[in-house]
Design a protein around this ligand. Structure first.
Ligand code: PMT
Length: 216
């Protein structure tokens, strides 16, 4: 049996990828399967929390015990997170959020006429950075998906987004990160030493996240 150290806590977890429409048949996205976020939600439920799991499109079955809210775009994910933020105790942004959306998605399927095609993109809101700016009593946990300079990039995002915990993973590896059952991460906190996790399953990484965030 798990310790009920998150009993009475309201926790918001995001998972999976968001998508941005190009035309009625095509979209932009990334490789996130949702496994990491679902593992985070599952662990929080096991420890007694009231959990809202906001996920992009995923093939995963919701066996987490969390209340699932599904969204497609970054804008929709932002709206869903915003609704639950004010009275949340902890927010964990495990989702791989599209940083850009297509400025004018085509109403009809784009024809392959020219030899080149340009699609113009515009920046999306940075959900986590926005939450960081509005932070009150909430604890904010982010993930950093990096392919190089993990320490530098993770540290920068920890500070820029005003987080309490940053979970940095190397998404250039196929045995951890996107789609895999395992992960290996560096935990970063403001004014504390970094902690390197072993390579282990995502449920174990999720457990470490809540162990660290409830430590203080
Ligand atoms: O789903 P899996 O297949 O299990 O894979 C897990 C994972 C690799 C997706 C996960 O471990 C992970 O790294 N998630 C974060 C992916 C990401 O978007 O990282 P980022 O470094 O681009 O963003 C940093 C943080 O800001 C993230 O917490 C992200 O959710 C958030 N963000 C990013 C962009 C944006 N517009 N809004 C955001 O809130």
């Amino acid at each position: 049996t798990d310790k009920q150290d998150l009993k009475g806590k309201k926790i918001v977890v995001t998972a999976g990828h968001t998508i941005e429409t190009i035309d009625p048949v095509r979209y932009i996205t990334n490789h996130s399967s949702g496994k990491m976020g679902f593992a985070v939600a599952r662990n929080a439920v096991q420890r007694g929390a009231d959990v809202i799991l906001i996920s992009g499109p995923t093939h995963l079955k919701n066996d987490t015990g969390a209340k699932l809210v599904t969204v497609k775009t970054t804008e929709q994910m932002y709206e869903a997170v915003k609704k639950s933020y004010v009275d949340a105790d902890i927010v964990v942004m495990s989702a791989a959020v599209s940083d850009y959306h297509v400025i004018r998605p085509a109403k009809q399927k784009i024809k392959k006429t020219g030899s080149k095609l340009t699609i113009e993109l515009e920046k999306n809101i940075d959900i986590l950075k926005q939450l960081g700016q509005e932070k009150g009593m909430q604890k904010l946990v982010g993930f950093a998906a990096e392919t190089q300079n993990l320490l530098e990039n993770g540290q920068q995002k920890l500070l820029k987004k005003n987080l309490d915990l940053m979970v940095v993973n190397d998404v250039s590896r196929s045995d951890i990160g996107f789609g895999s059952d395992e992960n290996q991460v560096i935990f970063m906190r403001p004014n504390k030493e970094n902690i390197n996790s072993p390579k282990t399953n995502k449920d174990e990484i999720a457990k470490m996240i809540f162990d660290l965030i409830t430590e203080e």
